[in-house]
Write a protein of this length. Structure first.
Length: 356
C-alpha cells in the first residue's frame, strides 16, 4: 500500500484537472486544518470557474450523508467542465457499524466507473484507527496500516496529514504573517507557537488578529509585546476535557472548553459522539464497580486491553453521583436523534450542560 504524505499530495494539486487517471483520496491523520486547506486547494484546481462551481462541487458530512446520496453525487455529470468534485467529511469511521462500512465501501468500489469524479473522503483526527504511522518525531517509522485503513485503501489513495512539529508550525506561522504583509522573526514565531498552542485553527485566528493590529499601528514588524497584548494564550481542549469538567461539576470550565472547541471549529457531531462514549464508559465502569468487580474484571468485561483505564475513569467520576451519570447518558441518548436529524452546532452539548 502506498501512503502519500501531505507535502507530496500538495505538490500534485496544481494541474490536477488536466492529469488523466483516478483521483480518489482518503485524508486521515491529526492535522485537520491542513486537510481543510488542501481540500479548498483541490476545489480551486478542479473547479476554477466560480460561475459553474456550484454545479460541479458536492459536499457532504455526517449530518446529511447517506450511501444513496453519495452514489447520486458520484454519478452526476460535470457541467461545462472536465471533472466534478465530491467531498465527504466529518465521518467517524471507527464508530461505524460493519453494515455501514460495507455500504460506504460499496459506493467507493464503483468510483472507477465515474473517472470524471474527483473524490475526497476526509476523516477527522481520531476518526479512524490507522495503525502505526510516521510522525514528526519519528518520520522514518515504517507504516503499519490497520485493517480498517487497508479496506479503504483498496479504493482510495491514503494521504497522511501528520501533526506538525513545533519547528514546522513556526515556519508556517512566519509564512502566513509574510503573506499578510507583516514580518515576524523566527524567535517570535517559535514563541507564538509556545504561547498560543499547536492547534492550527487557533494559530490562524491569532495571526489574523495580530496582522490587523500591527498594520493598524502603521508597522510591518510583529513584536513580543504585540503577541502578549493581542493573542490569547492557548490551551489544548477537546471532548475529554469537556467531559472531565462536567463530571467534576465545574460548569464554568466546561463552557470554556466548549467555546475553545467552537474557535477550533471542531466537528460538533464528532465531539458529541466522543462525549457520549465517555459518559457511557463512565456509567459502565460505575455500575460494574458497584457490583463488586475488580479493575481487571471490569476491563475484561468491557474488552479494554488495559485495566489502568478503569482506574482513570474511576478517578475522573469520583465526584459525580451515579444519578448524574445516568442523567448524562439519557440526555446524550435523547440528543442523538436531534444530531442525526440535522441538529447543528453545539446545541446538544449545551443541553447536556444545562441538564446537570
Amino acid at each position: 500500500m502506498r501512503i502519500l504524505q501531505e507535502a507530496e499530495f500538495r505538490k500534485s494539486i496544481k494541474g490536477m484537472e488536466t492529469v488523466p487517471g483516478a483521483h480518489f483520496y482518503l485524508f486521515f491523520g491529526d492535522e485537520d486544518y491542513t486537510k481543510l486547506a488542501d481540500t479548498n486547494a483541490v476545489v480551486q484546481a478542479v473547479c476554477p470557474d466560480p460561475s459553474v462551481r456550484m454545479f460541479n462541487e458536492t459536499r457532504m458530512d455526517a449530518l446529511n450523508y447517506t450511501p444513496e446520496k453519495l452514489m447520486d453525487a458520484v454519478m452526476m455529470q460535470p457541467v461545462m467542465a472536465e471533472h466534478r468534485l465530491v467531498i465527504l467529511s466529518g465521518i467517524y469511521l471507527s464508530a461505524m457499524k460493519e453494515e455501514e462500512l460495507r455500504a460506504l465501501l460499496s459506493v467507493l468500489s464503483q468510483l472507477p466507473d465515474y473517472d470524471y469524479t474527483v473524490f475526497i473522503l476526509s476523516v477527522p483526527a481520531d476518526g479512524m484507527d490507522a495503525g502505526v504511522m510516521p510522525t514528526a518525531a519519528s518520520p522514518r517509522t515504517e507504516p503499519r496500516p490497520s485493517a480498517l485503513l487497508s479496506r479503504f485503501a483498496e479504493y482510495l489513495t491514503p494521504v497522511l496529514f501528520a501533526r506538525n512539529s513545533p519547528a514546522q508550525l513556526a515556519s508556517w506561522v512566519q509564512r502566513h504573517f509574510r503573506s499578510g504583509g507583516v514580518q515576524a522573526s523566527p524567535d517570535f514565531c517559535r514563541e507564538m507557537v509556545r504561547y498560543c498552542g499547536s492547534d492550527m485553527f487557533r494559530l490562524s485566528s491569532e495571526i489574523h488578529k495580530l496582522t490587523a493590529y500591527v498594520r493598524a499601528a502603521g508597522r510591518e514588524q510583529a513584536t513580543p509585546e504585540d503577541l502578549h497584548t493581542v493573542a490569547v494564550e492557548g490551551t489544548e481542549f477537546g471532548a475529554f476535557d469537556f467531559s472531565n469538567a462536567v463530571m467534576a461539576g465545574n460548569t464554568d470550565a466546561a463552557f470554556r472548553v466548549l467555546e475553545e472547541m467552537k474557535v477550533r471549529r471542531a466537528d460538533p457531531v464528532v465531539v458529541f459522539g466522543e462525549v457520549s462514549r465517555i459518559f457511557c464508559d463512565a456509567l459502565s465502569v460505575r455500575l460494574l464497580s458497584d457490583r463488586g468487580l475488580s479493575a481487571n474484571e471490569i476491563a475484561a468485561s468491557l474488552k479494554w486491553k488495559n485495566a489502568g483505564r478503569v482506574a482513570v475513569v474511576q478517578r475522573s467520576t469520583v465526584r459525580m453521583p451515579t444519578e448524574r451519570l445516568l442523567t448524562a447518558v439519557r440526555v446524550c441518548a435523547d440528543a442523538d436523534l436531534t444530531v442525526k436529524m440535522g441538529g447543528k452546532d453545539y446545541a446538544a452539548l449545551e443541553q447536556l450542560l444545562c441538564s446537570l
